[in-house]
Design a protein around this ligand. Structure first.
Ligand code: NCD
Ligand code: ZN
Length: 343
């Protein structure tokens, strides 16, 4: 069996920098036309100048003739200048701004402590139609890690929605039924869903021994939530689209007494998704999820190029690790054989 799709995009990707960037960039450009590049470098991508420089470093590493387009984002801080954001949007240097609550995830220390302090930036974004990508977890130490997304919706997102009804918001990597229900109910709001959250629940992470390569933030939830995510992804609903959140960390940094959060799935995302959508009897909705809904929400045309997914009789073999100049990065293991490949 084969299916042809508009070339997909990844609406949430971590490319890192330096040797890691060099090592993992081909894993995305092989299958994807564009990606929203997350700004949580050390130090983060905060100004339009930082974004221009980071984009140049990415483009420098693309092979001759590769037309992959990195869509840059700025890391919102309490010192972000609304005019710099507006200028970067106008010149198409950036496609979105990312809100990390301070301390919520990898390299989020410079994030936002109090949303009141960034209201002038958010008001400007609402005015010019620039989307806000949100890491939707509260960081209050008294809130259980499995409840942090639901608490964020209630305490941060709903009040923000009321204050700025026009602001385009993308709830990144939604992991709960609460998140799906909220996105469905709110105007000007969409969500990305990751490959791994459509496949693993918290048992995969914790039963039979702790699996550091399934540890990411937001953390995988119980099975009822995973089923709600699959339903949303495979429904064709334009509010939901792919953001892999592919987030490489080297094996020593993952396989540690205090391991980093992040799942690396760029290499086998399309075969994994074809499997999930086929299982749900929804292969006809895969293109909307990977290639159409994202550009529509961002106000961009879909890619003109196509890709073909072919199903073979024997499992497709992917490398267990990608070797980078920075060290090995373990690839997401869906824990079932993959029969689809991109050709
Ligand atoms: C991401 C990373 O490693 O940069 N980690 C993760 O677990 N998803 C950060 C993020 O998107 O939260
Ligand atoms: Zn991320």
């Amino acid at each position: 069996m084969r299916i042809t799709l508009t070339r997909p995009d990844d609406w949430h990707l971590h490319l890192r920098d330096g040797d890691m960037l060099k090592g993992i960039l081909p894993e995305t450009t092989r299958d994807f036309g564009r990606a929203i590049i997350m700004p949580n470098l050390v130090p983060p991508v905060v100004t339009s100048f930082d974004a221009l420089q980071y984009r140049a470093r990415i483009i420098d590493l693309l092979p001759e003739g590769d037309d992959f387009l990195p869509l840059m984002t700025l890391y919102l801080t309490e010192g972000t200048d609304p005019e710099d954001v507006a200028m970067a949007a106008k010149t198409r240097t950036i496609s979105a701004v990312k809100l990390y609550p301070a301390g919520a995830t990898t390299n989020s220390d410079s994030g936002v402590k109090d949303i009141d302090n960034v209201m002038p930036v958010l008001e400007k974004m609402a005015e010019i139609g620039l989307p806000l990508c949100v890491h939707g977890e509260v960081t209050d130490p008294s809130v259980d890690i499995f409840d942090r997304e639901a608490a964020f919706i209630e305490h941060v997102l709903m009040p923000l929605r009321t204050r700025l009804p026009e602001l385009k918001i993308i709830m990144e990597h939604v992991t709960t039924k609460d998140g799906v229900d909220y996105v469905n109910s709110a105007a000007n709001t969409a969500a990305t869903l990751t490959t791994h959250h459509l496949i693993i629940n918290r048992n995969h992470l914790l039963v039979g021994g702790i699996k550091p390569h399934y540890y990411c933030l937001p953390i995988a939830k119980r099975e009822t939530h995973r089923l709600a995510l699959v339903q949303a992804a495979t429904s064709g609903n334009p509010k939901f689209f792919l953001g892999t959140d592919s987030a490489p960390h080297t094996d020593p940094n993952k396989e540690s007494a205090c391991g980093c959060a992040g799942v690396f799935s760029a290499t086998n995302t399309m075969p994994c998704l074809a499997h999930v959508f086929e299982d749900a009897g929804a292969l006809d909705k895969l293109e909307a999820f990977t290639s159409l809904n994202g550009p529509a929400f961002y106000g961009l045309p879909p890619n003109t190029a196509k890709i073909t997914l072919t199903q073979q009789d024997t499992p497709v073999v992917f490398p267990a690790k990608i070797e980078t100049g920075d060290g090995p990065v373990t690839l997401f293991n869906p824990d079932f054989p993959l029969f689809w490949r991109v050709s």
